[in-house]
Design a protein around this ligand. Sequence first.
Ligand code: PEP
Ligand code: MN
Length: 358
Amino acid sequence: MIVIMKPEATRAEIEAVIQRAGQMGCKPHPIYGENRTVVALVGDLTGVSREVFDEMNGVANTMRIQEQHKLTNRATRPDNTIIELPGTNIRIGSTEIIVMAGPCSVEGRSQIIENAIAVKEAGAKILRGGAFKPRTSPYDFQGLGEEGLKYLAEAREVTGLPIITEVMTVETLPMVAEYSDILQIGARNMQNYGLLQAVGKVNRPVMLKRGMSGLIKEWLMCAEYIASNGNYNIMLCERGIRTYETATRNTFDLNAIPVVKQSSHLPVVADPSHGTGYREYVPAMAKASVAAGADALILEVHPDPDKAASDGRQTMSVAEFAKLMHDLRRVAVAVDRFVGEAPSPVNVDELAELEALA
Ligand code: PEP
Ligand code: MN
């Protein structure tokens, strides 16, 4: 159930609703939107009557949310959630489409710094790179661990790009959170509820990847685990699902983008690198993702992809990435978004002069 406050409701009136909900034995989550505040009530709602809240000062109305995801539901917050990264002007979920790029794995100090400089030059706003790698075989490269996190932090120092990296376990969470600006939960950990609860208690934005066999409604419930523990800065990342098709590594579920945008206020990230598994298919699906409404992209890029320690086949070269960034700018404009520099506002006088000349 949600209690929708009037736009002019005072702090004291909001507090009174929170307090009353607590007394009734459920857990209140105030969600402060641009135009109105909503107090979402979750947990055991037996014995909670809407009338009690309807009569309180500052309350506009109450509403039951039928779907299982409550805090992440679009009905709870009609405005898009915008995730701001402290110390930067990056806002994920706004009109600007944010591009995150970098190698699958951090392989060494010079590799990640060189890679960071290259993707920044091409227009990436966030650096990706795995230090803890969830590999199918225990004999494959597992990542550099804390050493990799240190190199990522150095690359951030050099370029100013914030970093996103995967956290695989509850034990390593404090360490990863110390270095990383965004915590990535990998596809294989989508339903690792202990890890979800733990990142829910940490003050860092989280990018939750969809599990390879995860239904959209299960994925939303995983985001709900994070939100219900207090962390609302969550983005949902579509990275392809497993189907009978073998021509690509995964089947990139483009449908998921509009479906999730409709049922949740959380920003959506698209990962066409893992979604396709082949670098030659990445540009088409990256452009399609922007057209479909994705708020951000995460792309694997390496100076020498064929020598990458992991996921080389789906990793773009720097030149391929730069070309894609150029094309993405044009696709973004077609859907009233932008990539990189904000378009300068139309000068009405100049426009009138041009029209007069034509
Ligand atoms: C990755 O981002 O390199 C990764 C391991 O992704 P996923 O969890 O989607 O397989
Ligand atoms: Mn990868």
